[in-house]
Write a protein that binds this ligand. Structure first.
Ligand code: AMP
Ligand code: ZN
Length: 473
């Protein structure tokens, strides 16, 4: 497989580490709000990378996706909501897990929170190692990284050190730094903020800086550097990932990650989808508009991950249409009765399978992979039309689509959505009970209201022999 490595600005052949295992870290959500579909573009693309390793290439994967549950935004949000930080961030972590499930993301092996005790301890140890290696200084109760001690600083982001000195805004912190390029490792305590104390740091209680969180969690959970892959959105290249490299390499003296993978933005009207611009949509917004998460997943995979993708409701509607084309085709396949097997059909299926595998191995070109699938569907539909596809062809075609979908995860997601009743079962059962109660007190208007309300939501009630059963419309 070839993957574009931001570190070298070129595509490189990728192979896993020892034991055929890929150790991969993905910068996760800052849990001060529900994640939007821009965030999920990154997570869906990385999920497909993970599935490609596992199901196409037969590698093992150990993936860490963190939750940033302490930083300026989470602290400000918790203060405003009058909640303690843990309970405030809990709700967005729960929402992330729901959304991740509805988008068909495979659970990562590890999903650490920065404020877990073991992680905070790892951060303190990493800072102590940076102290020992002469990379830090203290000022006003905070600890900083002195960038001038690391000549390689700026390699990932291709920074010009002199240029950076000339007033480039490197960090929005208002903490006292010696040099604009330096960044905070540990922030001294301020009123109203949570804090933790680690005697080895030699400062009063404080809290971690954002960058140290990822460096410490990555190395604690994935083991020795270098890890195989570090991933995130392109907005993280600088300063976040540059600083992660400075910390990890400054502490261990070894390269941090072999590959750096960055997913381009999901944009809206030429602007990045982002909370601060107020142009975000969450999965629940999309569902409220009548679209399904499987269509969002397909949309997020419709462009190559290194190209910007413009979000519109029309493009989402087009994805619903594309998905229908796929599911209609699979349904037609089930209705084929004509006997026979056709060499041309299997040749076309093999060719599409090869195109799919090549596209995925070519820097995860999901757009080309989907192109090969839809091209195959077009051909197979016309083969069915002209009687050139028989029952003997069907198992091979089904296998091929199952293989495509293990990697892309769209059809199985749609199937799960179709299998799930449009109204939760316990709600249906409660409404059936309420309807019985309404009938017993001869309030037929209320009883009919419940029946038609459910019908409008896609659930039909059938009364027979004194019992009521429900079915999907
Ligand atoms: P955050 O919660 O801001 O730390 O972001 C979580 C992840 O989503 C990071 O990997 C970001 O780079 C990524 N991300 C944020 N906005 C977008 C966007 N509009 N398109 C793609 N990825 C994004
Ligand atoms: Zn990170």
């Amino acid at each position: 497989m070839r993957l574009y490595n931001t570190l070298s600005r070129s595509e490189e052949p990728f192979s896993p580490g020892p034991d055929n295992t890929v150790r991969m870290y993905t910068c996760g959500l800052t849990v001060y709000a529900r994640g939007h579909i821009g965030n999920f573009r990154t997570f869906v693309c990385v999920d497909v990378l993970r599935r490609t390793f596992k199901y196409l290439l037969g590698y093992r994967v150990k993936q860490v996706v963190n939750f940033t549950d302490v930083d300026d935004r989470t602290i400000a949000g918790a203060l405003k909501a009058g909640m303690d930080l843990r309970s405030y961030t809990d709700q967005y972590i729960a929402a992330f897990r729901d959304d991740a499930r509805s988008l068909g993301l495979e659970p990562a092996e590890e999903t650490p929170r920065a404020t877990d005790e073991a992680n905070l301890r790892a951060m303190a140890s990493m800072i102590a190692a940076l102290d020992k290696n002469g990379h830090t200084y203290r000022s006003d109760g905070s600890i900083y990284y002195r960038i001038s001690t690391l000549p390689a600083y700026g390699r990932l982001a291709r920074l010009d050190h002199e240029g950076m000195k000339d007033g480039a805004r490197v960090d929005s912190d208002s903490y006292a730094k010696e040099d604009a390029r330096d960044f905070v490792l540990w922030k001294g305590h301020r009123d109203g903020e949570p804090s933790w104390e680690f005697p080895q740091l030699g400062v009063t209680p404080g809290r971690p800086g954002w960058h140290i969180e990822c460096s410490a969690m990555a190395l604690r959970l994935l083991g020795e550097s270098p890890i195989d892959i570090h991933a995130g959105g392109v907005d993280l290249i600088f300063p976040h990932h540059e600083n992660e490299i400075a910390q990890s390499e400054g502490a261990t003296g070894k390269p941090f990650s072999r590959f750096w993978i960055h997913v381009e933005y999901l944009i809206v009207d030429e602007q990045k989808m982002s909370k601060s611009l107020g142009n975000t949509y969450t999965i629940s917004d999309v569902v409220a508009k009548g679209f399904r998460p499987s269509a969002v997943r397909l949309l997020l995979l419709s462009a190559h991950y290194r190209k910007q993708l413009n979000f519109t409701w029309d493009s989402l509607a087009a994805m619903e249409e594309s998905l229908r084309r796929l599911t209609d085709f699979l349904a037609r396949l089930g209705a084929v009765t004509r006997a026979g097997m056709h060499a041309e059909v299997s040749a076309r299926v093999d060719e599409a399978r090869k195109q799919f595998v090549d596209a995925m191995q070519d820097d995860l070109n999901t757009a080309a992979a989907l192109g090969a699938i839809f091209e195959l569907v077009r051909y197979l539909n016309s083969a069915i039309d002209s009687g050139q596809l028989g029952t003997g062809d069907v198992p091979g075609i089904r296998d091929t689509f199952a293989q495509f979908d293990r990697v892309l995860g769209v059809l199985s997601l749609r199937q799960a959505e179709d299998d799930r009743p449009p109204v939760p079962v316990d709600e249906i059962e409660r409404l059936i009970e309420e309807r019985h109660a309404a009938r017993r007190r001869r309030d037929f208007a209320a009883a009919d209201g419940i029946r038609s309300g459910l019908a409008a939501r896609g659930v039909l009630l059938e009364d027979s022999a004194g019992a009521t059963r429900w079915k999907r419309k």
